[in-house]
Design a protein around this ligand. Structure first.
Ligand SMILES: Nc1ncnc2c1ncn2[C@@H]1O[C@H](COP(=O)(O)OP(=O)(O)O)[C@@H](O)[C@H]1O
Ligand SMILES: [Mg+2]
Ligand SMILES: [Zn+2]
Length: 537
């Protein structure tokens, strides 16, 4: 924020060659190959979000083209052209910012005046036009004329964050390269290595926060680190970063999340009170809550690194699906908050309505389905003898177990070893017929692939557990087929967009009507009471 006496990190660590530029492998490889094989275009168009290396890449390309040892995929970095490009002082590499005040009119003049001239010293005259979408139509016209009949020594590199605003007549004459947002892990690693080089003491979790805040922009990530450096003499903690950037304190977030997941209205009210007292912005609170639950969600699916133990514990009994439901709710709450006139009211309404909504029905539905799988595979058990419902793995593994038991063990093993697959298997139905392969019936087409990929693993597990080779056939089919479970099956797989109403109201409305018998049975097996849950609103 304040003007530092040192060089800002983003400038100090600007990548100087193709290897140093992170996160854009496709672009780097294609450009290097083109240069190596001397296939040089007259115009390049670099598109992508801000701070991901477009301008930097344009300079690297200019060096590669003009290096005295070039055109070279690995410019030397030391010759005059190379070092002049690095310091933006090269006569033959003209950098123009179309967004700047002077840029708008100048670009046209510069193009008209210089494009016909031979390079002063170097191989090519390179025009780097940043924020090219801001060019005036007169400038675009001048550019178009040049591109229609380009002089042999001229190379244009246009960079823009808004590719749709580049006239198609121009774009079609350019070689286009799409720059990607940089993945959060890469951002974190980069920050970690910079911190090490700069001897900035900073907690790993703080780096993670910075990386996530940067939302794919390396420039933003690096300048956030810069701010931390000027902010703190001591070790930079995650808590300090939260405070500096207005993030919600971890304790508050975790406390409120626990109340939310545990459907504890009183607890939630108390935490919200603290949110107001400590002056936390409702939208920031929702955003941070969403980020925390998203991390949990991904880790449950086995798609992301583990989250802190306190969080795993808080969500121990909540399925990935239910977390997904809550995430959609929070998303919508944020939207409402943006348009509503009382952030505080929006926050309360959305969170308290999460307590009422039957988002955890999908957990129940899954249990029912698993149970149903066991029943249909011939492993019925008496009420109260349902080890799997308690989430415990049966310890018996000696004699070939009955089909249902074996399947329960496969599920338990999957949960430990292959969480993503477990998510699919939990919802699947197993059909055991004497002699033939075990049918593994999957309800959703998009889960079929995953189940098929896990087939070998499942067969191996079954063979070990049962003590005999067992073939498994994975197929698509109806999951629920008894009256009680059919609507529950729908609840287990809510449609991603806006469908959460229908995802659960079917159960509450139609299940009792459909078959009170089946409900009674479920109640017998599961224990507890059957209640009619009212749909909110
Ligand atoms: N892909 C990248 N790899 C390493 N550093 C990068 C990358 N992208 C951006 N940076 C950092 O951000 C600064 C600005 O990047 P820049 O190339 O101007 O981004 P863009 O033109 O896409 O907005 C660079 O000087 C560098 O420090
Ligand atoms: Mg730029
Ligand atoms: Zn060189």
């Amino acid at each position: 924020m304040s003007k530092p006496a040192y060089i800002v990190l983003a400038r100090k660590y600007r990548p100087q060659d193709f290897e140093e530029l992170l996160g854009q492998p496709a672009v780097a490889v294609t450009l290097k190959n083109a240069i190596a094989s001397k296939k040089i275009a007259h115009a390049y168009l670099f598109t992508g979000p801000r701070g991901v290396g477009k301008t930097t890449m344009a300079r690297i390309l200019a060096k590669a083209l003009n290096c005295v040892k070039g055109p070279a995929p690995a410019p030397c970095g030391e010759c005059e052209p190379c070092s002049e490009v690095a310091s933006s002082s090269c006569l033959d590499v003209l950098e123009m910012d179309a967004a700047s005040h002077t840029g708008v009119d100048n670009v046209r003049q510069v193009i008209i005046d210089t494009v016909g001239l031979a390079p002063a010293r170097d191989r090519y005259k390179v025009f780097i036009i940043d924020e090219a979408h801001m060019l005036s139509s007169a400038a675009f016209n001048a550019l178009l004329k040049t591109l229609e009949e380009p002089p042999p020594h001229v190379v244009f590199i246009l960079a823009t964050t808004e590719s749709t605003k580049i006239p198609s007549t121009i774009a079609s004459r350019c070689q286009r390269f799409k720059f990607r947002p940089v993945p959060v892990e890469l951002l974190r690693e980069h920050l970690e290595s910079l911190a090490k080089k700069e001897k900035i003491e900073i907690e790993l979790e703080a780096l993670e926060l910075l990386a996530r805040t940067a939302e794919g922009s390396l420039r933003d990530a690096v300048s956030l680190l810069d701010q931390c450096r000027s902010f703190s003499e001591k070790k930079v903690t995650a808590e300090a970063v939260r405070e500096m950037f207005g993030f919600v304190p971890q304790e508050m977030l975790l406390g409120a999340a626990k109340a939310l997941l545990g459907k504890d209205a009183k607890g939630l009210a108390q935490w919200l009170q603290r949110v107001y007292e400590e002056g936390v912005e409702p939208s920031q609170f929702l955003k941070d809550m969403r980020a925390a639950l998203e991390a949990l969600y991904l880790s449950k699916l086995g798609l992301a690194a583990a989250v802190p133990a306190a969080w795993t514990q808080a969500a121990a009994t909540v399925s990935a699906e239910s977390l997904g439901f809550l995430l959609r709710r929070l998303n919508r709450a944020l939207e409402e908050l943006r348009w509503g006139d009382s952030p505080r009211l929006s926050l309360e309404l959305s969170l308290f309505s999460c307590l009422e909504a039957a988002w955890d029905l999908s957990d129940w539905a899954q249990r029912l389905e698993r149970l149903e799988g066991r029943l249909s595979s011939g492993a019925a058990c008496a009420p109260g003898e349902e080890p799997e419902l308690a989430g415990e793995e049966p310890a018996k593994a000696s004699a070939p177990a009955a089909g249902g038991d074996a399947w329960t063990q496969v599920l338990a093993a999957a949960r430990k070893e292959k969480p993503a697959l477990a998510g699919v298997l939990d919802k699947a139905r197993v059909d055991v017929s004497a002699g033939g392969p075990w049918k593994l019936i999957i309800g959703k087409p998009f889960e079929l692939e995953q189940a098929k990929r896990g087939q070998g693993w499942i067969e191996a597990k079954l063979a070990t557990i049962r003590g005999l080779p067992t073939r498994v056939a994975v197929e698509l089919g109806q999951i629920g087929h008894t009256p009680a479970a059919a609507p529950a099956a729908e609840a287990a797989a809510p449609e991603p967009e806006g469908g959460e109403g229908s995802a659960w109201k079917d159960v509450t409305e139609s299940a009792p009507r459909a078959s009170p018998e089946a409900l009674k049975k479920a109640q017998q097996i599961l224990g507890g009471k059957v209640r009619i849950v009212k749909k909110p609103q």
